[in-house]
Design a binder for this molecule. Sequence first.
Ligand code: DGL
Length: 263
Amino acid sequence: MTADAGPVLVFDSGIGGLSVVRAIRAELPSASLLYVADDAAFPYGDWEEGALKAHIVELMGRLIADVRPAAVVIACNTASTLVLPALRERFDIPFVATVPAIKPAAAETETGVIAVLATPGTMRRDYTRELIRRFASLVHVRLVGAPDLARLAERHLRGEAIDRALIAEQIAPCFAEIEGRRTDIVVLACTHYPFLQEVFAELAPWPVSFIDPAPAIARRLASVLEGRAATSGGGRAFLTSGGEPGDALERLFSGHGLSFGEG
Ligand code: DGL
């Protein structure tokens, strides 16, 4: 990698994108990262599509002008499934997206019943429905837009107690039994959800496999960069609200090799 290139900008509505940072650290340990959590606008899953698209394009324009990143990872399904074409059209830098891993789940299922656990926004997207139509037309797909899981994951990551009964309620629609065949794969289609995966496994009515797309995103980033990125191995994290992260979150950032704030 080259030292004069910009960092990789990793972007999410909150801190769920750290599940992607974890995989990037494993794949590209020397890349410099800037993590931006658009917490001022969290959660994206509740936004109306037109307003969310305009908001992200405008914010991305400012970030790209300030940071001059080597590449941008949109570590958010709710954003990627909506704004990717608009971003690629406007900005001449590589974008790596996070979209629901429906294709591998459809290829790997043994029972022919899979679930896609997303936010309400990702559930509604034409993009998501098109992925199901193209790659999973021969399997039964439960598409679940959980209204509260991203918020619960944020609380969990900030060290607050979480309501397990509420989590059980939100994941329940993933578990289908159709003519004796049960869901065997749950696609984690929101980057916040891998942080709750252990809790999901404990609360699941029967064992399932979970697919987290983060390692595939990190591999894609490595191939797109072809060595073009700054290489301190360090990184910074930034909240668009301008707020303070608090101790738990600051520790979490630091565990991902990110120090908080501008500097
Ligand atoms: N982390 C985001 C995703 O992957 C969503 C959370 C939100 O609703 O803002 O979809």
